[in-house]
Unconditional design. Sequence first.
Length: 353
Amino acid sequence: MGSSPVRRRLLIGGAIAALLVLAAAGIFAAATWNEINRVSIDRPDVDAGGPEASEEDPDAEEQPEDFEPRPVEGRQIFLLVGSDSREDLEDTEGFGEFEGTRADVVMVLLKDGDQTGILSLPRDLLIDNPCGGGEDRLGEMLQGCDRINGATLLVMAVEEMIGRSVDHFALVDLEGFQGAVDAVGGYEICVENAVRDQRAKLELDEGCTLADGEQTLAWMRSRHTEELTADGWSVMPGVNDLARNERQRAFLIDMMGRIADVTNPQDMVSAAQAVAPFVTVDSQLSLMDAVNLALTLRGLRSGGLEEIEVPVYDATSEGGAAVLLPSTPVEEIVAEFLSAAAADRGVMFGIDG
């Protein structure tokens, strides 16, 4: 994919940006923390063949040998999700509900000792659906099925993909994303030429714009971005889901730096109250867990974050849909990062070999 002249920034954070403000503010306003939504992550007691599999089923698949079903001391894994943009809707009412939504942004925060990485998973990755077998896009897992809620199904799919157990889950809907941007004073979007997307109601002048939440949302939703050149309006090159995914990662890093500058307790409380109704976390995530996560994310500006990419290639599903497949197994990518982190931790404590 060619490089775009656009400074690559964009969505998600939603989940994480809002959560960071919320966690910090929770120190000063526990009542606000209690206002956020909770969802239970209830993994069914089945083997990897899916909910219909049986222990006596000789065709049921086994978990990969390197799968770690239990937490590892000193390691935390968070699944951070932004709900689908619903670009055809006139408003965002009801985006906090899981039913009928898709995961537009799926990111995995890996923390092991002093090493922190962010793994971005394209929503169009074709995966085995843990709910009854078959294959589907990763982003569709948030819809859940009869026996498994969307959050749990997405967690299970990601765990199968990365070969590790997820500790906590956080999701933000788009309305909350707008609130997070406004809470930190806007988001800077820089473009070489004026851009527009009439469908997404996007209009930006050339140069840099300090966008509010609504403008940032339009930029995030834009899939038909046009730019104004000497030849008139034309489709901006390099605008696709992969480009949007890369922008999301850049947005996350930038937003964490902005939120880290919010030090006034009253500002924190105001921001938390604005985004609390639009954030959903797993029922086991305590306020202290969220504060610890916030402290981790506040350190990202110091360069302590490794961005982990999943190389992919275009493919077609059995049903004829355009999907993506990883050219390197995701679990191998994650294992490499965690092995390096464990080795660094061993050096830190003077452990040889």
